[in-house]
Design a protein around this ligand. Structure first.
Ligand code: GUN
Length: 366
């Protein structure tokens, strides 16, 4: 991973001076202090000092020099993580204000509370390198478990950086569980059946009479996006329906992304009769865009989402979607992280979605 010119984490690398005691002497030098002194990311400093993966020679030298200069000694507790005695777990999501993550975090927190565990919640704001930084920070905080609840990301560099954090963490007793498909990470996982859910939705929309579809997608490097788009288009292809490339519009994986993608779709040639937004949040943005452009739903265009975040059943019109048990997924994820690690293979719990037809979809108008 390239070293950022500026630190990605506020208050993290480069964000504050080494911790000092009242008389101004250095009380405790942290890995973050070393990273800042060396001008590298926290993840890179961690990789060098843990010796867990290859780092460019010049960066390695800078980190060792900074560690020597600051008299950094790795904290024995952090190195040999006392997982049984730590009472905190870290949860890393994209954005805590997104109702999808709020619903999952609710389930995580309920199970955590039942076990007397405190949850530290971090938002990456969709920056994959920040996700690695937060994992490094949670290791430094001696979290007993780390849960990644944002979508997996298909990028070899990111996978290497993340594995360089998670592998030594797990070897020293830390527990990790992820939500969604994270290729290349050796971790326990809760896996929504995204492909199958999107395929079932496609069949239901074809049964309503639709043949002209648009899809609003987030970045395709996200495994959730590629799985949902793939499942939807494959199921349509089986019924002889093809989506023209101009009707697949990519935008940020947010409500605003949905608004922008729907606005763009309306500008393109020949409006489809039905739109699938790969998340409910994107569908909510699309509904607002259609309203602003006086396009009536479902009279002029039908729209469906995916996830069933709590608010979508109360919209006008209520949103057709693929319902996932978000709260229960959070509980199961926390449950996985509280269990002893499997000695053989990573555990995988698969979750099916259910198509829920509501008022935002109707047969196409003639
Ligand atoms: N569904 C699956 N992943 C996501 C995500 O990252 N954000 C939202 N809003 N919904 C999702």
């Amino acid at each position: 991973m390239a070293e950022p010119a500026h630190p990605a984490v506020p208050g993290g690398v480069g964000g504050r001076p080494p911790t000092r005691n009242r008389s101004g002497g250095r009380a405790y030098v942290t890995l973050q202090d070393v990273a800042r002194e060396a001008g590298v990311s926290l993840a890179t400093a961690s990789r060098v000092l843990n010796g867990t993966s290859q780092v460019r020679a010049d960066l390695r030298e800078r980190v060792h020099a900074a560690a020597a200069h600051l008299s950094y000694t790795p904290n024995a507790h952090a190195q040999a993580l006392a997982s049984s005695s730590s009472t905190s777990v870290g949860v890393v999501c994209h954005d805590v204000s997104d109702p999808y993550f709020a619903a999952i975090a609710r389930g995580v927190m309920r199970t955590a509370a039942e076990h007397g565990v405190l949850v530290m919640l971090a938002s990456t704001f969709h920056d994959p390198s920040r996700e690695v930084e937060y994992v490094a920070m949670l290791r430094a905080q001696r979290a007993r478990a780390i849960l990644l609840i944002g979508s997996g990301f298909e990028d070899r560099g990111w996978e290497r950086s993340m594995s360089a954090e998670l592998d030594p963490y797990q070897r020293t007793g830390g527990r990790v569980a992820v939500l969604s498909r994270h290729r290349g990470l050796r971790v326990d996982a809760v896996l929504p059946r995204n492909r199958e859910g999107a395929a079932a939705l496609a069949r239901a929309l074809v049964d309503l009479g639709h043949r002209d579809f648009g899809v609003l997608v987030g970045p395709r490097a996200l495994t959730t996006v590629s799985d949902r788009l793939g499942g939807f288009t494959e199921a349509l292809a089986e019924t002889g329906v093809r989506i023209p490339p101009r009707h697949i519009v990519e935008a940020p994986f947010t409500r605003d992304g949905g608004y922008a993608a729907a606005t763009e779709l309306l500008r393109r040639d020949r409006r489809p009769t039905c739109v699938f937004a790969v998340t409910d949040m994107m569908a909510i943005g699309a509904l607002a865009a259609f309203r602003d452009h006086a396009v009536s739903v479902p009279g002029d265009i039908s729209i469906a989402g995916f996830d069933d975040v709590p608010v979508v059943r109360d919209l006008t019109p209520s949103l057709t979607t693929v319902a996932l048990p978000l709260d229960a997924m959070g509980e199961r994820l926390m449950g996985l992280a509280l269990r002893e690690p499997s000695t053989r293979r990573s555990r995988v719990e698969r979750i099916s979605g259910e198509v829920v037809m509501r008022a935002s979809t109707a047969p196409p108008s003639a």
